[in-house]
Write a protein that binds this ligand. Sequence first.
Ligand SMILES: Cc1cc2nc3c(=O)[nH]c(=O)nc-3n(C[C@H](O)[C@H](O)[C@H](O)COP(=O)(O)O)c2cc1C
Length: 201
Amino acid sequence: MFPLNDTLKTIHKRHSVRRFTEQDVSDEQIRLLLQAANEAPSAHNQQSWKFIVIRNTKKQELAQLVTGRSGEFPKPASALLRMAARSILSAPIVIAVANTGDLIEHGTQLFKIEKEMAKDFFRTMEIQSSAAAVENMLIAATALGLATVWLGILFLIKDDILQFLGEPKGEFMAVIPVGYAERTGTGPQKEPFEMKVKYLE
Ligand SMILES: Cc1cc2nc3c(=O)[nH]c(=O)nc-3n(C[C@H](O)[C@H](O)[C@H](O)COP(=O)(O)O)c2cc1C
């Protein structure tokens, strides 16, 4: 079998962590995470993402916002929102990712297809591009010995989150607490990839 190199080992090692130690994340580490995210492929190379680094008082405010709104949702969703708030509080830093909407605006003019179809197409392209950036960030964090979790549940309160981030015209992508894992461990078992593959030849 082909031996795993460092990149493949890092991909294999990445798993979600929801509780962090008090150890801080340095500015240099943050810079490396942002740089890795920014290296991601993007549709039309539009790089239609924005990264917002949240620390200190603003991080507390974000956790409060999430906890405050959690009560408006039925039990499973409210529990997940409260869990997300605890992860945000526990991590020394949080990085949010939002789409700018630039590609949607640009692309719709660029392609001469019907407006609604163009909007749908470019919105999807923006989401896929930012998802690639988020994954780059998670992998880079793992390579630096850091831990992360991709919080998608905040989509439920996306308008408030975007307002909080100062990106009211953007689209919510992810909120990612970053820090050192409170406990060592591995993530859940994945189904064998063979179950997900078919070959057409
Ligand atoms: C789009 C997306 C949204 C997610 N949202 C949440 C979330 O809101 N809360 C959470 O605890 N984990 C969230 N996760 C993490 C998943 O629960 C996790 O990736 C999955 O259970 C597999 O575990 P692993 O990351 O350790 O491999 C999300 C992951 C993705 C890709």
